[in-house]
Design a protein around this ligand. Structure first.
Ligand SMILES: N[C@@H](CCC(=O)N[C@@H](CS)C(=O)NCC(=O)O)C(=O)O
Length: 201
């Protein structure tokens, strides 16, 4: 059984949505971030970073959202959320899975803190280059790999939606249209409804 350590107001929503796209049964262990449950002795044994999301799959424990999505997409190939290792799109797919944590998130933190990190020092480059790199993939669209929807869209699309919501990303039409496509997916709606129910009660 897959177990997600989850809080509906955190990055674990990305993995929660991925689990809905996957269609495999899973259970949720709620983690109250305000109460600091992520820093408890027991939790630190599964993720010494004291952060969610964490996925448990029997004896396997995976943390870091991109790693969890990569793990799930490869473990359940029937869902078709990752190109096989020998497929031509595999390289492009992996690029987006790593781009999220290596470039997108740190650049968004720079923007949000109004911090100018010298691009020569920052491995994630200039925020403007990160934005244009996304636009270059999303203007043709509809997904990051063209016609093929993948776990990269679950990850990067969720990040774009979040950053648009906080006005960290500019309202470029290609970002808005991408997020609208993502939100229209039945698994996205199901994940949001399940989280809304958790928050309500
Ligand atoms: N690099 C991690 C980031 C995880 C992360 O920062 N999670 C936040 C919630 S969005 C958290 O657990 N914060 C609690 C804390 O740091 O005490 C990932 O991508 O999964």
């Amino acid at each position: 059984m897959l177990t997600l350590y989850h809080n509906p107001q955190s990055r674990s929503t990305i993995v929660h949505y991925m689990l809905h796209e996957l269609g495999e049964p899973f259970e949720v262990v709620p983690v109250d971030l305000k109460m600091g449950e992520q820093k408890s002795t027991d939790f630190l044994k599964i993720n010494p970073m004291g952060k969610i999301p964490v996925l448990r799959d029997d004896d396997t424990i995976v943390s870091e959202s991109p790693a969890i999505l990569t793990y799930l997409a490869d473990k359940y190939p029937k869902a078709g959320l990752a190109p096989p290792v020998d497929a031509p799109e595999r390289g492009r797919y992996l690029k987006w899975m790593f781009f999220y944590g290596s470039c997108f998130e740190p650049a968004m933190v720079d923007v949000s803190l109004k911090r100018e990190t010298p691009p020569s020092m920052a491995g994630w480059g200039k925020p403007a280059d990160v934005l244009d790199t996304l636009s270059a993939a999303l203007i043709p669209g509809p997904w990051l790999l063209g016609d093929r929807f993948s776990a990269a869209d679950v990850l990067v699309g969720s990040g774009i939606a979040y950053m648009l919501g906080f006005k960290v990303l500019p309202d470029r039409p290609e970002y808005l249209a991408y997020v609208e496509r993502l939100s229209a997916r039945p698994a996205h709606k199901a994940a949001q409804a399940a989280d809304a129910a958790r928050l309500a009660g």
